[in-house]
Design a binder for this molecule. Sequence first.
Ligand code: AMP
Length: 212
Amino acid sequence: MNIILLGPPGAGKGTQAAKIVEKFHVVHISTGDIFRKNISENTPLGQKVKQYTEKGLLVPDEITVAMVKDRLSQPDCKAGYMLDGFPRTIPQAESLEVMGEKVDCALNIDCDYALLIDRISGRRMCKECGASYHIKNSPSKEEGKCDKCGGELYQRDDDNEQTVKARLAEYDEKTLPLTEFYKAKGLLLQVDGNGSIEQTTENVYKALTSFI
Ligand code: AMP
């Protein structure tokens, strides 16, 4: 099964992606995670994309598409994958089709904008394993330390209020039209992401199970 995960920044895509992987055993491909890893390792790709990510802007399609094409060509993707954070534009979605990739469903986690800023500003990530926490809604047991691997928790550079506003504007203009794109193909699954993490996971599991 090949799944696309859609939703605005802060809707809980990363958190729900981990739950989906647990239950459906698909390979998790997060373009944001791949960019962050390259930036922190100062690779040529990281040097190219940093100027966009730090401003909350989308990385140009040709860079992103080439990276995803390379990742999808790896053997572990043959058994099924979940794309988290890709596609983010209509041309990216079209490029997946050109690559011959079959999308089984596009799961959109819907969330009121009023909730997003609070969720993003309280978000903390593990430097080692990428696990996601929230200082109020889902804190780690020990402050600043990952429950899963003991790694140090940090706040993403692009989770500050000004950059979040730019990311939401990019989402509205370039990514939101993808819901109509996949709806027209009969592939869109809508999930309510306004509730707790557990409620959203239940909605996600229900939608995916009814679909399989
Ligand atoms: P995310 O972790 O998905 O919120 O992504 C963090 C940042 O990486 C975004 O704000 C963009 O700058 C960049 N990015 C991630 N995925 C894409 C994509 N599919 N297209 C363009 N830029 C992306």
